[in-house]
Design a protein. Structure first.
Length: 169
């Protein structure tokens, strides 16, 4: 955005800003799908993913990709300059990794931290990915899927709004 002026170049074409941002978010989801498919081949070949339930990891990767690409574009739209981009990392990404259950079981955290973890989308994504990998699929997971959908539905338009304010002067 700053040095290569890629967004400026895209906006010089007949594309609208909404199409450019949507394309960026969909590309993030596509990269997530590709990475998940590659990892499924590797991990699945060693028997660590139960099939056919494990195939639910692919649409989950798309949903997670949309959620995280949307929040990434939102942060891109609100950060004042490139030097300040470490603030979302320290205030959102790092706590999310620590409290999401990705590296440490949620059950080992204090109860306040377990409740705090429910705010982060990575907690729900991790829970679903583990369940689908082990072949555990039930209706209680609809809450986690609903949270990721709601997160995406909130931050997708917010990302477009903030990037519109950022790029259109």
């Amino acid at each position: 955005m700053y040095y290569q002026k890629t967004f400026d170049a895209m906006l010089a074409t007949p594309l609208s800003l909404e199409e450019v941002i949507t394309g960026e978010i969909v590309w993030g989801a596509t990269k997530s799908l590709i990475a998940a498919a590659i990892m499924m081949v590797v991990i699945g070949s060693s028997g660590l993913i139960r099939f056919p339930e494990g195939l639910l990891l692919l649409p989950l990767a798309v949903l997670g990709g949309i959620a995280f690409a949307s929040i990434g574009m939102f942060f891109t739209g609100i950060v004042a300059n490139i030097e300040m981009f470490n603030l979302p990392v320290f205030l959102f990404v790092t706590p999310m990794f620590l409290f999401s259950g990705t590296f440490f079981p949620l059950e080992n955290l204090p109860s306040w931290a377990q409740q705090f973890a429910l705010v982060f989308p990575l907690t729900h994504l991790t829970n679903l990915a583990r369940a689908f990998s082990f072949g555990h699929v039930d209706l209680s997971q609809l809450w986690e899927i609903s949270y990721l959908l709601l997160f995406s539905f909130v931050f997708f338009p917010l990302a477009i709004l903030k990037m519109h304010r950022r790029l259109i002067k």
